[in-house]
Ligand binder design. Structure first.
Ligand SMILES: Cc1cc2nc3c(=O)[nH]c(=O)nc-3n(C[C@H](O)[C@H](O)[C@H](O)COP(=O)(O)O)c2cc1C
Ligand SMILES: Nc1ncnc2c1ncn2[C@@H]1O[C@H](COP(=O)(O)OP(=O)(O)O)[C@@H](O)[C@H]1O
Ligand SMILES: [Mg+2]
Length: 205
């Protein structure tokens, strides 16, 4: 069960991702259990856990933050480009694991894509509006995980789970707004080892 103590506003070192991060995962967006939007009002793009088992077998279950890109061509006609945020690198918060609140028996990788950090946060208030894009099932998604936030917990209620995910969105946002992380989202013109390669990898489909 979630421990009853205040949450830190950021997660991970200020001076940038430390090994094993950044972690690269890719996959087509698949169907989950249909609970994200329907139960929680928080859509999560699920991708297969295969990449994880093959490339990062030691990565622990838990909640993470990072950045994502969604294949633009395949998304065409399917709506997302209407939002204007497409073909870009966007902030994300994700869970890897068994969703103890739902007691899943298979491990899932579930990514909530957040609005650009240049827009006001829709989850900064107690009545959050979680980001909703037009559906993009079947589209290829590239994910770069930059830091670990917390373990997965069971909760006394669905509202308690939703409130913790809301705080995860804020922790992810504040964590990514630090200079050493923001450069994965926005090209700041500096040549930091590995960052440009990561950005190129993200948008290559
Ligand atoms: C940032 C984030 C944190 C999450 N943390 C937990 C958690 O601590 N415990 C849990 O049971 N599920 C957690 N979840 C998973 C949700 O329960 C899950 O996304 C929801 O069941 C939707 O599943 P679906 O994609 O199969 O419909 C988290 C999801 C996100 C995006
Ligand atoms: N902000 C978003 N982040 C992730 N997926 C989103 C978002 N907005 C819309 N979606 C769409 O919603 C789907 C996920 O909804 P969800 O209710 O979690 O269903 P499922 O259980 O099939 O994963 C994604 O696959 C994607 O097509
Ligand atoms: Mg989902």
């Amino acid at each position: 069960m979630r421990p009853d103590k205040p949450r830190d506003p950021v997660a991970g070192p200020d001076n940038g991702p430390e090994p094993p991060f950044p972690v690269r995962l890719s996959g087509p967006v698949i169907k989950g259990f249909g609970r994200g939007s329907k139960d929680l009002g928080i859509p999560t793009a699920n991708i297969p856990a295969d990449d994880l088992s093959e490339k990062y077998p030691d990565l622990q279950t838990g909640v993470y933050y990072g950045v994502v890109a969604i294949a633009p061509l395949e998304a065409q006609g399917n709506g997302p480009q209407e939002g204007g945020d497409w073909n870009t690198i966007l902030p994300a918060v994700l869970s890897i694991g068994y969703n103890p609140f739902y007691k899943n028996t298979v491990r899932s990788v579930e990514i909530h894509v957040m609005p650009p950090t240049t827009k006001p946060s829709p989850t900064a208030t107690a009545q959050p509006k979680f980001n909703r894009l037009p559906d993009f099932y079947g589209t290829k998604l590239n994910l770069l995980i930059l830091g670990y936030i917390r373990p997965e917990y069971d909760y006394v209620s669905m509202d308690a789970l939703i409130e913790d995910i809301r705080v995860d969105c804020e922790v992810a946002r504040q964590s990514l707004l630090r200079e050493a992380y923001l450069r994965y989202l926005v090209d700041d013109g500096t040549a930091v080892e590995g960052v440009n390669e990561s950005r190129e990898w993200l948008v290559s489909f």
